[in-house]
Ligand binder design. Structure first.
Ligand SMILES: Nc1ncnc2c1ncn2[C@@H]1O[C@H](COP(=O)(O)OP(=O)(O)OP(=O)(O)O)[C@@H](O)[C@H]1O
Ligand code: SF4
Ligand SMILES: [Mg+2]
Length: 326
C-alpha cells in the first residue's frame, strides 16, 4: 500500500472573472521514506495540489471537482471533517515558504511547540516544554534551552524555518509536504535547511513532497520528480533518469534553462511564451503554443500520461522521439 496516492485530482477556482482550472487530473503518489519533488513554473498548480492533499484549500473560491486522495488506504475526500482534521494534525504536516506568517508572532516559539504536545498528546506543561527544547535541538537551533522563550521575530530567517520544520515534525507525521521551504532564504542557509530536512526525513522514514523551483535542490535530495504544467503532471521519473534524458519537451525546456556548471559559456535556452491562462487552457496538449515539437495532433488531442517505462511516464504524443533523440 502506498503512503499517498492522488488519482485524477481536479480543482477549480470560481471567481468573478470566471472559472480557473488550476488542477486538471493530477495522478501522483509517494511512498514512506521517499522524496517526490514537484517542479513547474509559477501558476502550474503545485501549491493548490498540496493544499488539496492537506485539506486546507481556500474554499470557496476553490473546489475539488473530482478525483481521490488516498492516504494510508483511505480516501481523504470521503472522510468526515473531524477525522480529516485528526489526520492532518497527527499524520501529515506542511512546511510553508514564509515561517514568519505561519508562526504566531505574539507567542514564544517554545510555547507554540509545546502546545502541539499539550493539545495532541495531553502532555503536562513541564513535559511539553522539555519536548519543545528537545525538538529545537533536533533541528539544530543553537542554545535551544536559552532560546525556548524567544519570539519568532527574534530568530533569523533560517532559524525560523528550522522552527517551522520542528513544528511539522513534532507529532512524527508519516507525510510532510514542503512548499518552497527554502525559497525565502539566502543561498548558503538554503542548503543547510534543505540538508536538515533531508536528514530528518530519512531518520523518521517519512514521505516527503517537496515543491520547488530549484532544480539544484532537486538533484541533491529527491528520489523522483513530477513536472507540472497547467495543472497536470506532464512527466514523472526517477531524478537521475529525468536529468539525463527528459521524455517531455517541457521538462527539456526547464532543464535547458538552468545554467550548468559543467557547460561554461554558451547561451541558455529559455522556454518561449507564457504559461497558459487557466480560464482558457488551449485544446489538445496545453503546452502546444510553446512547444518546439508541436504539430497538428497536438492542437487536437490531449496526450494521456504514456508509460515510458515501469517508473517513468510522459504526457507527450512524441515521447518516443524525445527518447530516441538522446
Ligand atoms: N485563492 C485563490 N483564488 C483564486 N485562484 C487561485 C487561488 N489560489 C490559486 N489560484 C489559481 O490556481 C493557479 C495555480 O496556483 P498555485 O498556487 O498552485 O501555483 P504554483 O504552481 O504553486 O505557483 P508558484 O510557483 O508561483 O507558487 C493560480 O494561477 C490561480 O489561477
Ligand atoms: S504533445 Fe505535442 S505539443 Fe505537447 S509536448 Fe508533446 S510534442 Fe509538444
Ligand atoms: Mg506555489
Amino acid at each position: 500500500m502506498s503512503l499517498l496516492e492522488v488519482r485524477d485530482l481536479h480543482v477549480e477556482f470560481h471567481t468573478r472573472d470566471g472559472v480557473a482550472k488550476a488542477v486538471n487530473g493530477v495522478d501522483c503518489g509517494v511512498e514512506a521514506g521517499e522524496t517526490l519533488a514537484v517542479l513547474g513554473e509559477s501558476g502550474s498548480g503545485k501549491s493548490v495540489t498540496a493544499q488539496a492533499i492537506m485539506g486546507i484549500l481556500d474554499t470557496p473560491p476553490g473546489r475539488i471537482t473530482g478525483g481521490e486522495i488516498v492516504f494510508q488506504g483511505r480516501d481523504l475526500l470521503t472522510l468526515p471533517g473531524q477525522e480529516r482534521r485528526r489526520i492532518r494534525g497527527a499524520k501529515m504536516a506542511m512546511i510553508f515558504q514564509d515561517a514568519l506568517s505561519a508562526l504566531n508572532p505574539v507567542l514564544s516559539v517554545g510555547y507554540q511547540l509545546a502546545e502541539m504536545f499539550r493539545v495532541h498528546q495531553g502532555a503536562s506543561r513541564k513535559e511539553a516544554r522539555a519536548k519543545a527544547v528537545e525538538l529545537m535541538e533536533r533541528v539544530r537551533i543553537p542554545a535551544a534551552r536559552q532560546r525556548v522563550g524567544d519570539y519568532p521575530h527574534q530568530f533569523s530567517g533560517g532559524m525560523r524555518q528550522r522552527i517551522m520544520i520542528a513544528m511539522a515534525l513534532a507529532l512524527e507525521p508519516d507525510l510532510i509536504i514542503a512548499d518552497e521551504p527554502t525559497t525565502a532564504l539566502d543561498v548558503t542557509v538554503q542548503a543547510q535547511v534543505m540538508e536538515l530536512l533531508a536528514d530528518l526525513q530519512r531518520e523518521f522514514n517519512m514521505g516527503l513532497i517537496l515543491i520547488t523551483h530549484d532544480l539544484g535542490v532537486v538533484a541533491d535530495v529527491a528520489d523522483r520528480i513530477a513536472v507540472m504544467y497547467a495543472g497536470r503532471i506532464v512527466e514523472t521519473a526517477p531524478v537521475k533518469e529525468l536529468y539525463k534524458a527528459p521524455a517531455h519537451p517541457y521538462t527539456k525546456g526547464l532543464l535547458d534553462s538552468i545554467p550548468r556548471l559543467d557547460q561554461k559559456g554558451g547561451q541558455l535556452d529559455v522556454i518561449r511564451g507564457m504559461p497558459p491562462n487557466l480560464q482558457q487552457i488551449p485544446p489538445g496538449c496545453a503546452y502546444n503554443p510553446r512547444c518546439p515539437m508541436a504539430r497538428a495532433v497536438c492542437r487536437r488531442d490531449e496526450p494521456p500520461l504514456y508509460e515510458v517505462s515501469a517508473l517513468r511516464a510522459s504526457a507527450c504524443h512524441f515521447w518516443e522521439e524525445m527518447c530516441d533523440a538522446r
